[in-house]
Design a protein around this ligand. Structure first.
Ligand code: NAG
Ligand code: NAG
Ligand code: NAG
Ligand code: NAG
Ligand code: NAG
Ligand code: NAG
Length: 420
């Protein structure tokens, strides 16, 4: 049985009414044609092909840009664009893309959006600060990115994994009276940090955790958990490692109806059947463990379950009344999946965070633009450069006024499981 356990996350989504270029509007200048506008570039880093399919986040970001550019009450003099790279879900690719975007490209970027996955996000945000680029993350969950010394200009729309996923897991573990949990993470700092968080929080509620860390091989760690008779197994690993662990678990009998697995639900659909040459098990063997054990995938909810515009700490967005419901946003994304340029793209649970991230950037720029006019010496948004500490400070302050980074972010509620 494979269940998907959703968190009730507080997400803010919506759709802007489009500014239809009616002749009357153009006459009285309420709908400025985009060709008259000054372009501003967001440097996008999206995972489309390898590691994690975050392609839906690109659709959502482009939808947000469309909504923003069609309105005349936000950045009316500008055309907000995104120059993006498929940085995949690898740690190294985004650094190369950062170089391409900042050094090679002649388009001045004003803020970065992404990378999608924590490993790359760590490398990029540690580096992008030297170009005064604020890095807005929409799907990187690692608690290590909360380190303000190492990553001073990171802003996240997505809740931190440690805060939002651990509570419902522990709630469940306590409710069933489970006392001992085995946990496997991989050695990358982002995964290890999530595991440490889990161990600490668990010990506070008297749940003891045997924590294992894998590198390339998983055999010893899986055998150890089996030897200690662990029945509840918590995984914070990438999909390919989860396949290795399941394969090994099936071989040595760490499987069956008395085993419960907790793992991230952002893996691809039917991830245990995905062809993987590092895994030495047949499709039948992989299917067997999934069919016999109880597996709980933990993730953020794809959209807020509330049928209304929610706050999420973004105060200024709340005052804008044009947002419609999260469901309408999801319907629109589903429609766009059929567009030819989005062929093979899929929806994932982070689309609303991506949409919100672009809005957060736009609202920050909109406010900064006003402040620049009021208090700086004739500088405008388009004068930003990679050496402009002052403007970066202004941007970050304005971002911080809408900051929900320090708060619990997504809600910690737990909703009924959806059968996967
Ligand atoms: C100006 O724009 C507003 C808002 O779109 C519209 O209602 C109004 O009719 C326009 N006025 C003229 C004179 O075209
Ligand atoms: C953008 O800024 C202008 C003034 O600077 C303000 O009137 C407008 O409400 C802002 N737009 C949004 C969507 O907050
Ligand atoms: C990023 O995109 C630009 C423009 O499409 C391309 O020239 C460059 O090679 C890309 N870089 C990477 C690392 O994919
Ligand atoms: C944990 O165990 C200790 C000692 O048995 C007990 O005093 C404490 O109340 C327990 N805490 C929780 C949260 O169950
Ligand atoms: C959402 O709320 C609106 C107005 O309150 C209502 O008309 C609509 O039926 C609701 N939709 C769902 C899916 O509950
Ligand atoms: C879509 O996926 C199919 C099968 O995986 C592949 O053959 C095709 O080239 C892909 N199309 C695009 C546009 O990427």
């Amino acid at each position: 049985m494979y269940l998907l356990w959703f968190l009730q996350s507080i997400v803010l989504v919506g759709m802007g009414k489009s500014c239809s270029p009616k002749p009357s509007d153009v006459l009285n200048n309420t709908c400025i044609e985009s060709r008259e506008k000054i372009p501003l570039y967001i440097g996008g880093m999206m995972a489309v092909t390898v590691g994690w399919d975050g392609s839906g986040c690109l659709i959502a970001a482009e939808l947000a840009l469309e909504h923003i550019n069609n309105r005349n009450d936000i950045l009316p003099e500008y055309d907000l664009k995104m120059y993006w790279n498929d940085t995949q879900c690898l740690a190294s690719k985004p650094l190369r893309a950062l170089y391409d975007q900042v050094v090679v490209s002649d388009k001045q970027k004003i803020v970065l959006l992404g990378p999608a996955c924590s490993g790359g996000a760590e490398l990029v945000s540690e580096t992008s600060q030297y170009w005064n680029l604020i890095t807005v993350l929409y799907s990187a969950l690692s608690p290590s990115l909360a380190d303000r010394i190492k990553y001073p200009y990171v802003y996240r729309t997505v809740p931190i994994a440690s805060n939002s996923f651990i509570s419902p897991m522990l709630w469940l573990i306590k409710n069933y009276g489970w006392r001992r949990v085995g946990s496997i993470s991989q050695s990358a700092p982002s995964f290890a940090a999530a595991q440490q968080n889990f161990v600490q929080r668990a010990s506070k509620v008297n749940v003891s955790v045997v924590a294992e860390v894998i590198t390339d091989e998983v055999k010893n760690q899986v055998e150890n958990l089996k030897r200690l008779d662990m029945r509840i197994i918590h995984l914070t690993v990438r999909e390919t490692n989860a396949r290795k662990i399941f394969c090994e678990g099936n071989k040595i009998g760490l499987s069956g109806p008395d085993i419960v697995w907790f793992l991230p639900a952002w893996y691809s659909e039917k991830w245990w059947l995905v062809k993987d040459k590092t895994v030495d098990c047949s499709v039948e063997e992989m299917a067997e463990i999934v069919e016999t054990s109880l597996i709980l995938g933990v993730d953020v909810a794809v959209i807020s379950r509330r049928n209304k515009t929610t706050v999420a700490g973004i105060v200024s967005i709340n005052t804008v009344t044009y947002f419609q419901t999260p469901q309408e946003f999801l319907d629109e994304i589903k429609k766009r999946l059929l567009w030819p340029q989005y062929r093979n793209y899929t929806i994932n649970n982070y689309i609303s965070y991506s949409y919100d991230a672009v809005w957060t950037i736009a609202l920050m720029l909109n406010r900064s633009s006003k402040l620049l006019k009021e208090r700086r010496f004739g500088k405008r948004l388009e004068d930003f450069s990679y050496t402009d500490d002052d403007m970066r400070n202004l941007f970050f302050e304005e971002m911080a006024t809408t900051d929900f980074f320090g708060t619990s972010g997504g809600g910690e509620g737990i909703s009924l499981p959806n059968v996967y």
